[in-house]
Design a protein around this ligand. Structure first.
Ligand SMILES: [Cu+2]
Length: 213
């Protein structure tokens, strides 16, 4: 299943982390099981000479080369995770193009939307499909957090500040908007809806909404 941007970044990173985790976890567990079988206690078998003893440092086995190789492998893996995380974060916070600007204002307890031509809606946002939508998010009372779970993105809505996130719906349909910051007794009901429609349906809708303004 293909996820729309910027959720594709999130999922890419998630699969990268979980695949690496599964592979490395598999190797570690397999090594543990093999070692437990190979070096298990057998009656009459003497302890190896370099077996660790309580209260003494383990003997140097001269495996310095492995130390360097494994440190290098670990560092390489960790640096790809760090670079991957920062680049995904960069994508999440940087709209790919100018897109359609929507002003979002959180208040107790709903979301208000304002289109560039001044049309305003509450809780329900209609957007065109296959177009970048840039949300400029603020709050008129307390701290909220504007989140669009399907697109794996969210941002604080803070009075006096404007934060930006973006989405690009690649298929028509409804997507939930949630508040991610406990903001009062009505917090749980602070749910909005994004409806992605075709460009021509959107133009039609906006025209009607503009007439009714
Ligand atoms: Cu809220």
């Amino acid at each position: 299943m293909a996820y729309p941007p910027p959720a594709d970044q999130w999922w890419g990173l998630f699969y990268y982390f979980s695949t690496l985790g599964a592979i490395i976890g598999g190797i570690v567990i397999a090594f543990l099981v093999l070692a437990a079988i190979k070096y298990r206690y057998k009656p009459g078998k003497p302890e190896p000479e370099d077996a660790p003893k309580p209260g003494t440092f383990p003997k140097d086995r001269g495996h310095l080369k492995y130390l360097f190789v494994l440190s290098f492998v670990t560092l390489s893996i960790i640096s790809t995770l760090v670079v991957g995380s920062f680049s995904a974060f960069h994508v999440l916070t940087t709209p790919p193009d100018k897109g359609l600007d929507i002003e979002v204002t959180g208040f107790q307890w709903a979301w208000g939307f304002k289109y560039p031509n001044g049309v305003q809606t509450v809780s329900n946002l209609v957007i065109p499909v296959n177009q970048t939508i840039v949300f400029h998010v603020t709050s008129s009372d307390v701290k909220h957090k504007f989140g669009v779970p399907y697109f794996k993105t969210s941002i604080d809505a803070i009075p006096g500040q404007v934060g930006e996130i973006w989405i690009k719906a690649t298929s028509t349909g409804d997507y939930d908007i949630l508040c991610y910051e406990l903001c009062g007794v009505g917090h749980a009901g602070m749910i909005g809806k994004i409806t992605a429609v075709s460009q021509s349906q959107f133009n039609q809708w906006l025209e009607n909404a503009t007439k009714q303004k």
